[in-house]
Design a protein around this ligand. Structure first.
Ligand SMILES: [Fe+2]
Ligand SMILES: [Fe+2]
Length: 189
């Protein structure tokens, strides 16, 4: 697998683990009316800060842009869908954070609303990642050439996701430990 796709795959594993946690917390909320709001807020802050500012732009600015340049017609439907989902992701995380604020403030009906929003958020995130892994990345391998991959690999080497690297001192290191405990990131992948 290409170095840049390996980086994206690793970030997808971390995101999938977060989607699982969000889904579980949504179930707890439905069942007991309680969830770990601090953990959910931490996850939402991480997603707003890293995947939405680094992971998606990395896909868009390098991988998707070069795919469209090499094979515009072949890639159009897949890339249009993914770009629209990236835009929607920014709105969804804002809605998720607002629902968390309502829940923390004890607003009437907030637990049920948060459960619905969290469950739907987790579902969309999983679906997005699955579509990239099974449709977009194989398509990238089919249409891109060596010169594209060299440029993409070089661009990707520059940034580092604290959840994947587990960089000590990061304010996301607790979250990193938690997803490692779920077995979501096999060492050495
Ligand atoms: Fe994406
Ligand atoms: Fe992605």
């Amino acid at each position: 697998m290409r170095a840049s796709l390996r980086i994206l795959a690793r970030e997808h594993l971390a995101l999938r683990a977060l989607a699982r946690i969000i889904g579980l917390e949504a179930e707890l909320l439905r069942r007991d009316g309680r969830a770990d709001a601090g953990l959910l807020r931490h996850i939402a802050a991480y997603i707003a800060e890293f995947p939405n500012r680094i992971h998606h732009p990395k896909e868009e600015d390098h991988l998707f842009r070069r795919m469209r340049a090499r094979a515009p017609e072949r890639c159009q439907a897949v890339l249009d869908r993914l770009l629209a989902e990236h835009v929607k992701e920014g709105e969804s995380i804002a809605g998720f954070l607002a629902a968390l604020d309502d829940y923390a403030a004890g607003t009437a009906g907030a637990a049920g609303r948060l459960a619905d929003i969290a469950a739907s958020y987790a579902r969309h995130l999983e679906r997005h990642i699955e579509f990239e892994n099974t449709e977009a990345f194989p398509l990238a391998e089919a249409v891109l050439q060596d010169a594209d991959w060299q440029a993409i690999d070089a661009a990707f080497a520059a940034n580092d996701d604290p959840l994947v690297s587990g960089a000590p001192g990061s304010r996301f290191s607790d979250l990193h430990r938690r997803i490692m405990a779920l077995g979501a990131l096999p060492p050495g992948l």
